[in-house]
Ligand binder design. Structure first.
Ligand code: 4NP
Length: 152
């Protein structure tokens, strides 16, 4: 499960990109994907139109996604709880049950990149959304390689 602050920009982008990669590798029946926000400002809303448009330019459809807030029960359902930045990670740690044995960490820590956070594009211009997609595409490939190995 991918988590950012509002669940309308970064985590739905990660959700849509990763879903597409999983489908391409024929693993959709084995991997359940979701996304959520640490905040509840946008519950029930579709992704930000800029995130939808930027993703569509690269062939990803985010139109079916709706925002929700992350809850402690998510830790009982998902093996990977993946935060876009350190602030989200800290919020998630505060609701993580002590028995959770999965991965709770930063998305970009899974990839060999020289940055560790996916920056919040909400208050910036269109270039920020392209940058989010670059980072998300790279990290999605790394995450899928890791899960693919675990499944084999
Ligand atoms: P996200 O971006 O966390 O990538 O979905 C944001 C969306 C909305 C807000 C902040 C960040 N907001 O303050 O409403």
């Amino acid at each position: 499960m991918f988590v950012c602050l509002g669940n309308i920009c970064r985590s739905p982008t990660a959700h849509g990109v990763f879903r597409s990669r999983v489908e391409q590798r024929g693993l959709a029946h084995l991997i359940e994907i979701d996304s959520a926000g640490t905040a509840g400002y946008h519950i029930g809303n579709p992704p930000d139109h800029r995130a939808v448009a930027t993703a569509r330019q690269r062939g990803y459809d985010l139109s079916d996604l709706r925002a929700r807030q992350a809850i402690s029960a998510d830790f009982d359902h998902y093996d990977y709880i993946i935060a876009m930045d350190k602030e989200n990670l800290s919020e998630l740690k505060s609701i993580c049950p002590p028995h959770f044995k999965g991965y709770l960490g930063l998305f970009l820590d899974l990839a060999e990149l020289d940055v560790c956070e996916v920056p919040d594009p909400y208050y910036g211009g269109p270039a920020g959304f392209d940058h989010v997609l670059d980072l998300v595409e790279a990290a999605s490939e790394a995450l899928l390689d890791r899960i693919d190995k675990e499944l084999n």
